[in-house]
Write a protein that binds this ligand. Structure first.
Ligand code: FEO
Ligand code: CA
Ligand code: CA
Length: 709
């Protein structure tokens, strides 16, 4: 049998590198437009479905909503083969549900992890535990579409990039294409670009060529890549030959708009007088999958692409720009205003309002138009993950990744249809177009003043309490004084300010455990939480450089409930530091984890957490960690993988058969002094660093048992 492509690539890996000290300023500039150096913008006072799910439910006794969310798969039926009569073009599905994959039995819930943790390290490669292996599935520049040239670092072009895999990979999902789960669709977000690392001799946007700017625009967005499993292992590689589903979405792809703000005056521009057609998606960070087999992808730090908002003098409009971090001065670090006036707020004041949404993509139909769903609000969306409520409505949990911003959820008006027909899928495809939007208020149960900011446990032994979902839009009516529905949805942060939502330490992924029903919220860090800002039980540490994780349990374990209880699961960081807490587990036994960002669950309900920013406060590389959430090993955090120099660990996605952990190696080689002539990382092929998607699997003749066992 020929050596798999991944194995060949692994042999080319570079020699191991040295230590990276603090966080790169380059990271801040290009990912979040130096948000961490800017004033905090929140200054307010305040069988794949029915059969598989049924099987999973009866076999594991899973919660209804959880099973649906965890085992999400999609329609593998040919694109556009069946025309929908009733639904508008933008919501037609590609067909009925595909067949159910034959997954092996899942491990028992609460099962302990069975691998030996890897140590803290600063190696310029992927490190996984003994007994596991990994390979690069796809990397920046790999040809995706017909006619794409091979990657040529020194001769890159917009035309090539439009057909090649994009830059910084973040959210990853794998959606099965067949019953045996041998073929699948890989979805990947391309959040942003590192021009300093992409172009030799780059100085800044002002000196950039238009071609360079267009290459960067083409490298943003997302990719669909048809992949296949290598034998019986958990390794996945791109298919050869015909790739009917492959797709690139980029800055000039057309999107349509759904929901109450579609067509609003707030979204109209000179190029789109309907307020319903938008070119591109920007800074797509995390995301989720839906039970009907689509991808949700979240526009996060979209503000950095726009400048010159000071030209708009209306005070109310200026406040909206300020709250969303739109730069007042002309020009941006991206420089895209040089290619298109829509990035210049002075010329197109509403263009920024057309970004910051949750987007739904049907990966099974490469001709489908992606949809921006205004019913889910506009913010620096980290991601969105879907559960199904007791009554069949669908619920999307969402975080707004900014210091002192909020946690939200959307509850659909209509109910999920469990059938397999094309009609059922068409109906489900419209669930995120209409519904109610809420923001979270957390209340601690300790007396005022008891929380001292050091992380010391309160007298009742836990950072915990109750909470409520405060309505913003319900039944198509605004619940926010002085704001219309369209204003609430387009300027959702301002709505959250008005109703007294709880200011959190940067809400990242929010995802419901398919086995236990607990909603996990990753709060990555917040060093701006100082004495003047104060602490409270849900955000209990001053100068929160390491971040924390909250578990939220909805009343009655129903995602549509309006009240909840919560507790802190992890106060992350060096376990020897007294301010840390790992769900009560013996801290001498846990791995050092900090800056929790993305979360995922395996089929046993264990929590997987990837980190972003550990080199700064912790001096070690980011990585992927796993933590059982019940049983005697609850809180036993172990480090499963680490990523190369300068990289953030994104992704993670545990395949529903439990055999593969997928990691996105985002911005390898990011460093203040790095350039193509002085690369800080040479991952993965020993020359220029290339953002990559990596699959990790357990070495075993049969491909089992599960990742983490
Ligand atoms: Fe793009 Fe909130 O991380
Ligand atoms: Ca308490
Ligand atoms: Ca993230």
């Amino acid at each position: 049998m020929p050596e798999p492509e991944g194995a060949q690539r692994r042999r080319l890996l570079p020699l191991l590198g040295g230590v990276h000290g603090g966080r790169s300023a380059m990271t801040c500039k290009y990912r979040c437009a130096d948000a961490c150096f800017h004033p905090v913008p929140n200054e307010s006072d305040n069988e794949y479905f029915g059969d598989m799910v049924n099987k999973a439910m009866s076999r594991r006794g899973l919660l209804r909503s959880g099973a649906v969310a965890a085992l999400v798969v999609g329609s593998g039926v040919g694109s556009g083969a069946l025309a929908a009569a009733a639904a508008p073009a933008s919501t037609r599905s590609s067909g009925p549900k595909p067949p159910t994959p034959n997954f092996p039995d899942v491990p028992e819930r609460g099962r302990p992890v069975g691998f030996r943790s890897i140590g803290d390290n600063t190696l310029d490669t992927i490190v996984v535990p003994n007994g596991y292996d990994w390979s690069v599935t796809v990397a920046w520049g790999d040809p995706i579409l017909p006619g794409a040239p091979e990657f040529d670092f020194d001769h890159q072009s917009e035309a090539a990039q439009l057909k090649q895999f994009g830059y910084n990979c973040d959210f990853v999902a794998i959606l099965p294409l067949d019953r045996n789960f041998t073929k699948a669709l890989l979805w990947v977000n391309h959040e942003y670009t590192n021009e300093e690392l992409m172009f030799r001799g780059w100085t800044d946007a002002a000196a950039a060529t238009v071609e360079q700017l267009k290459i960067a625009q083409a490298a943003h967005g997302g990719s669909v890549v048809e992949i296949e499993r290598v034998g019986e292992s958990g390794e996945w590689l791109p298919v050869g030959g015909r790739r009917r589903y492959n797709r690139r979405i980029h800055t000039n792809t057309e999107f349509t708009v759904t929901g109450p703000a579609a067509g609003s005056d707030l979204l109209k521009t000179s190029a789109d007088r309907t307020g319903t057609k938008i070119l591109g998606m920007l800074n797509n960070c995390a995301g989720g999958t839906t039970p009907w087999g689509t991808i949700l992808t979240a526009e996060e730090n979209f503000n950095q692409y726009f400048g010159a908002s000071a030209a708009v003098t209306d005070a109310a409009v200026a406040e909206r720009y300020r709250r969303y971090g739109i730069r007042t001065t002309a020009g941006t670090d991206r420089g895209w205003e040089k290619t298109n006036k829509r990035f210049d707020v002075a010329q197109e004041p509403n263009e920024p309002n057309r970004f910051g949404w949750i987007i739904e993509v049907d990966p099974y139909d490469p001709t489908s138009t992606p949809r921006k769903h205004t019913a889910l609000g506009r913010m620096k969306h980290e991601g969105a993950t879907v559960s199904i409520a007791e009554d069949g409505r669908v619920v999307a949990y969402m975080g707004d990744d900014e210091r002192f911003d909020y946690v939200y959820k959307f509850v659909s008006k209509n109910k999920y249809r469990t059938g397999d027909s094309k009609r059922d899928r068409d109906s489900n495809m419209r669930l995120l177009e209409e519904g109610d939007l809420y923001v979270a208020k957390f209340t601690g149960d300790s007396p005022a003043g008891e929380i001292d900011g050091t992380g010391k446990l309160p007298a009742d032994g836990a950072f915990d309490g109750t909470g409520q979902w405060i309505p913003l839009v319900v039944g198509g009516q605004s619940k926010v004084q002085g704001m219309t529905v369209q204003e609430v949805l387009t300027f959702t942060r301002l709505a959250g300010d008005k109703v007294g939502a709880t200011k959190m330490d940067r809400p990242e992924d929010v995802e419901r455990n398919p086995v236990t029903g607990t909603v996990v919220i990753a709060l990555t860090n917040n060093t701006a939480r100082n004495a003047a800002r104060g602490v409270e039980e849900p955000n209990p540490r001053l100068n929160n450089k390491w971040g924390h994780v909250i578990g939220l349990d909805e009343a009655g374990n129903d995602p549509a409930a309006l009240t909840f209880t919560w507790k802190i699961l992890v106060l992350a960081g060096d376990p020897s530091d007294p301010s840390t807490y790992y769900d009560g587990y013996d801290k001498t036994q846990v791995s050092h984890m900090s800056c929790p960002d993305n979360v995922a669950f395996d089929p046993a309900g264990r929590l997987w957490i990837s980190t972003d920013g550990m080199p700064g406060p912790s001096g070690i590389h980011d990585g992927l960690f796993v933590m059982p959430v019940e049983g005697p090993d609850k809180g036993h955090v172990r480090r499963f993988a680490s990523v190369p120099k300068g990289a953030e660990c994104s992704g993670p996605f545990i395949t529903p058969d439990g055999r593969t952990a997928t990691i996105a190696v985002q911005h390898p080689g990011e460093d203040d002094d790095a350039s193509p002539d002085n690369p800080f990382s040479t991952f993965p092929y020993g020359d220029q660093p290339r953002p990559s998607v990596v699959t990790v699997w357990r070495k075993s003749p049969t491909g089992g048992p599960f990742i983490g066992d």
